[in-house]
Design a protein around this ligand. Structure first.
Ligand code: BES
Ligand code: MN
Length: 459
């Protein structure tokens, strides 16, 4: 093991340069203009995987290509446990550009932190796993497990092609468990195993009024303004205490156990620091729940975008023809996206005022994920975290979603170990995204130790 760990230690400088190369690709999956950059990034990854000793190939899909890489397998010898390491090379759109201190795709190192879009979410995190494997392969140390890497390019847009990919390659992807580093840790002192993620239901609400924008002086007052109608509808969703008023929305939700509450309490919460981090004067959330419960264990209804009428410079006196809201609800275990959307639809339709029409377009959806932190594999992961960070790991629920963990379960029958490396201040999805380079190194060590710990577990 020392040989592997020493290799990691001795190569950090090059690893950081490689992370910079990886981040330079503007692999923005949401923007068609970056289609070619997506393929370029994936091709670079395949080449990189091959260079470190993996068998790798680019798998085209209906959307962006998927990178599939494996540790070379010996024909003879005892069967090893097989793990699938999942990551994504696509990134969120970098806009607004003017808020970046340094350009999003020109990675910059300040102190022990690298800045750039995708550094934390998810390039730095998946590269940490690749570097751990490189350490084994390049020092000719026997890898205690067989590994398959699946690094996709559509995670940030709902992983549309991954389902078919998993079905098609089901036999070769059959594994003991999936390992994903695409979540967070509360602080550098709190390495974490995440055992729950929220699900999601995305939809768009469109309110339509007149057949075109109208002069608001000539006609205003005589027709229902769609922007006002939408505001009125949306204002019905929450009560004054942050509770969602949609009948049936909370159906079937299970309360947190005392054990979970205790685990949550192990991470110190500082409301002032949290407020500062978010740039708000005051926190607000559903009454009766702690901040951590609100953001990880309670469902939400969030407006992600609100559009109507004139958005350009100066003023324009119109009654807009339409108004739209992009919404995502975060879901917790036992909520079904389809049922949530059904309940939302009934509620919004009921509250739609006369004079306008309402359309609800449903988008992607995923159930929440919950896995036992007491399983033998989870215990192995905790040992790897302890070894790499030299600290007692915490058990977390996370508020974000990784929709495909459900697919791994359904299609491959495999549970997922979530071993995130991103700090709360990493600015994922925000300007000035960053990744801590010391945690990058610790993540590599964690990955190296993980395969030893998981191998010692009988499946
Ligand atoms: N890495 C995140 C998910 C995440 C972040 C989970 C932090 C837990 C803690 C992932 O890349 C992501 O952003 N997912 C999207 C999924 C959506 C587009 C379906 C999300 O959560 O918004
Ligand atoms: Mn993300």
């Amino acid at each position: 093991m020392d040989i592997v760990l020493n290799y990691l230690k001795g190569n950090q400088k090059r690893f950081v340069e490689e992370l910079c190369d990886y981040v330079r690709f503007p692999s923005v999956s949401a923007q068609p203009a970056h289609g070619e950059d997506m393929t370029k990034c994936a091709t670079w990854l395949v080449k990189h995987c091959k260079a470190i000793g993996l068998e790798a190939r680019l798998c085209p899909t209906d959307g962006h290509p998927i990178v599939l890489a494996k540790t070379p397998r010996k024909a003879s010898g005892p069967r090893k446990r097989h793990f699938l390491v999942y990551g994504h090379y696509d990134v969120q759109p970098p806009e607004p550009f003017d808020l970046w201190q340094t350009p999003p795709f020109e990675p910059t190192i300040r102190g022990r932190v690298i800045f750039g879009r995708g550094t934390a979410d998810n390039k730095g995190q998946n590269l940490a796993h690749l570097k751990a494997v490189e350490a084994y392969l390049q020092t000719r140390q026997e890898l205690p497990c067989d590994l398959t890497f699946v690094i996709e390019g559509e995670e940030e847009v709902g992983s549309k092609s991954l389902d078919a990919f998993l079905r098609k390659h089901r036999a070769e992807l059959q594994c003991d468990a999936v390992v994903i580093s695409d979540t967070g840790i509360p602080s550098a002192k709190h390495p974490a195993l995440t055992y729950a993620l929220r699900g999601i239901a995305a939809f768009e609400i469109i309110v339509r009024g007149p057949s075109r924008d109208l002069h608001s002086g000539i006609f205003g007052g005589s027709v229902k303004n769609p922007a006002i109608a939408l505001a009125q509808i949306l204002a019905q969703v929450h009560d004054a205490h942050g509770r969602i008023r949609i009948p049936g929305f909370y159906n079937g939700i299970v309360k947190l156990s005392d054990y979970e509450r205790k685990q949550m309490a192990r991470v110190p919460f500082n409301a002032t620091a949290y407020r500062k981090l978010l740039g708000v004067r005051e926190l607000f959330g559903e009454r009766g729940f702690t901040t951590d419960e609100q953001r990880t264990a309670r469902p939400t209804f969030e407006i992600n975008g609100l559009t109507s009428g004139y958005q350009g410079e100066g003023s324009k006196t119109i009654v807009p023809a339409w108004a739209s809201a992009k919404v995502t609800a975060r879901l917790v275990p036992n909520q079904q996206p389809a049922q949530v959307i059904k309940a939302v639809r009934a509620f919004l339709e009921k509250h739609c005022p006369p004079g306008v029409t309402l359309e609800i377009k449903s988008g992607h959806g995923a159930e929440a994920y919950l896995v036992s932190p007491r399983s033998a594999d989870a215990q192995a992961a905790l040992r790897a975290l302890r070894g790499a960070f030299g600290r007692e790991p915490v058990l977390l629920r996370e508020g974000g979603s990784i929709p495909i963990v459900n697919q791994f379960k359904k299609i491959l029958g495999a549970e997922t170990l979530l071993l995130g490396l991103a700090l709360p201040n990493c600015n994922a999805h925000s300007p000035n995204e960053s990744f801590d380079l010391d945690i990058f190194a610790q993540g590599q060590r964690m990955s190296a130790l993980l395969w030893r710990e998981l191998a010692s577990q009988r499946s």
